[in-house]
Design a protein around this ligand. Structure first.
Ligand code: TYD
Ligand code: MG
Length: 446
């Protein structure tokens, strides 16, 4: 009998090597290759059935039945609720709140008469019950302590389940697939099988996926293309704020976010993130600047803080939390050269309040203003918000959604907005457009 053909797949990036190696040649990870069977392709021997094209205009539009979950911030990320028969992957680090969120979501669904099956492969039903009590869940949720995907499939069909939760996909095993639970082969096979059940029987499926510290869904990014929607939980366990972000959505916009706060009784929706994030802002302290940032399609005000103190080190310290350290270095250099604010003999610390992470270039101007304010020990006007990218020549560049950002500042009572030149003006608040960083610093920090 011929030996079954095998290949080696990287658990980190999904790259396939024909033979074993100590290190993945694609992502450089050590010891991540796992063996899996190669399915023989039978495509060449099969005569393809005749398939006729259809006119686009004649294709029936399936009115996608959306199921609002009742958790508004979750619905918002999904683009208006769960689509029937869709498969949603919720990724995030252990302890971030994935199980909590999904239990809250399915409880709300169960209360509205939806048949829910919660597969707890990771915890015992007693543990889930304890969490449910803490959250005050009262819906009829069926728990299934199982790890075999076959049993899950059978139970789902028997119970005529509408919404299925798998917590987590890494605990699922498929008899027919190679490898142990959590390996790439197993996770992929289990996902493929659950996806087929979802599509064939219209079972809306929510998969929990643990993310390793490197940021990939453990065992695999390879799941991302198999599912309809991929959501990631962001934030860290030490801060109360949690953000759920859509990174892929076949049925809605991506980069939309839902904002939550972890409390005593589970995740609470933060309907007004700007107000929540500015709540503990110190009054007239040097080194604090308000940025009007964009989270998906929504403007959110965040506080950028800077601390500048004399350094006793040969290489002064530069520490950034919540913003890219490279960005900090660049903004410091531009401030020094173009706006004549020097930091040579000073340690510099920067952070975004509330544990938020800001990746967009519009952070440059508020970051620079916080730094200049800290260095000069002059508080910025309390009513000021800003946003704008800074070029190496010291010019302030326009960024998208200027109007929405200015309007959000106005809504929160900040009456002055500093930004780069734009083509349009906002009605409500005074928008000060500056061409250069030097001008910006001179106008609010002298
Ligand atoms: P959990 O949902 O179990 O995280 P995950 O499934 O992503 O691993 O919950 C994570 C943390 O949240 C846990 O450390 C305890 C905390 N927590 C609260 O603070 N309040 C609550 O009401 C609950 C249920 C959990
Ligand atoms: Mg969990």
């Amino acid at each position: 009998m011929p030996r079954p053909r095998t290949a080696w797949r990287c658990a980190q990036c999904g790259h396939v090597e024909p033979r074993w190696a100590g290190r993945c040649s694609a992502c450089g990870e050590y010891g991540s290759l796992v063996e899996e069977a190669v399915e023989k392709s039978t495509a060449s021997s099969r005569v393809p059935a005749t398939v006729r094209p259809v006119h686009l205009s004649e294709v029936e539009t399936a009115a996608e039945g959306r199921l609002p979950t009742g958790v508004g911030e979750f619905d918002r990320v999904l683009g208006g609720g769960l689509v029937k028969g869709s498969v949603v992957l919720l990724g995030g680090e252990p302890g971030i709140g994935k199980s909590t969120l999904l239990l809250q979501v399915v409880d709300a669904l169960a209360l509205s008469g939806v048949r829910v099956l919660y597969v707890c492969g990771e915890e015992s039903p007693a543990q889930v019950r304890m969490r449910a009590d803490r959250l005050g869940c009262t819906g009829e949720i069926d728990l299934l302590p199982a790890t075999a995907v076959e049993s899950v499939e059978r139970a789902t069909l028997d119970a005529r389940t509408d919404v299925l939760v798998i917590d987590s996909i890494q605990t699922m095993t498929d008899e027919g697939a190679p490898g142990s639970a959590g390996s790439v082969g197993q996770v992929r096979a289990a996902t493929a099988r659950l996806t087929r059940v979802a599509k064939d029987h219209g079972v809306t499926t929510l998969l929990v996926g643990h993310v390793t510290k490197e940021g990939a869904i453990a065992g695999p990014r390879v799941l991302e293309h198999m599912v309809d929607t991929v959501l990631y939980f962001e934030g860290d366990a030490e801060h109360a704020f949690r953000i759920v972000r859509a990174v892929k959505n076949r049925f809605g916009p991506v980069s939309e976010v839902g904002v939550f706060e972890m409390g005593e009784h589970g995740l609470e929706q933060v309907a007004n993130p700007s107000a929540a994030l500015l709540e503990h802002r110190p009054a007239s302290v040097a080194g604090s600047a308000v940025m009007s940032a964009m989270e998906g399609s929504r403007p959110v005000l965040v506080e950028i803080q800077a601390l500048v103190s004399p350094s006793y080190l040969q290489m002064p310290r530069r520490l950034a939390t919540g913003v890219d350290p490279q960005r900090l270095l660049q903004v410091l250099a531009v401030l020094e050269r173009r706006a004549k604010v020097a930091f040579g003999q000073y340690d510099v610390y920067v952070s975004v309040a509330g544990g938020m992470r800001i990746a967009e270039p519009a952070v440059d101007l508020p970051l620079a203003l916080a730094l200049a304010s800290a260095r000069k020990d002059i508080a910025l006007p309390a009513s000021l918000a800003s946003f704008g990218e800074i070029g190496l020549a010291g010019e302030v560049r326009p960024v998208p959604h200027a109007e929405a950002r200015a309007a959000e500042a106005g809504r929160l009572g900040l009456t002055r907005v500093l930004t780069g030149p734009s083509r349009r003006h906002d009605g409500g608040t005074t928008v000060i457009e500056v061409a250069t960083l030097a001008e910006a610093v001179a106008s609010v920090c002298t």
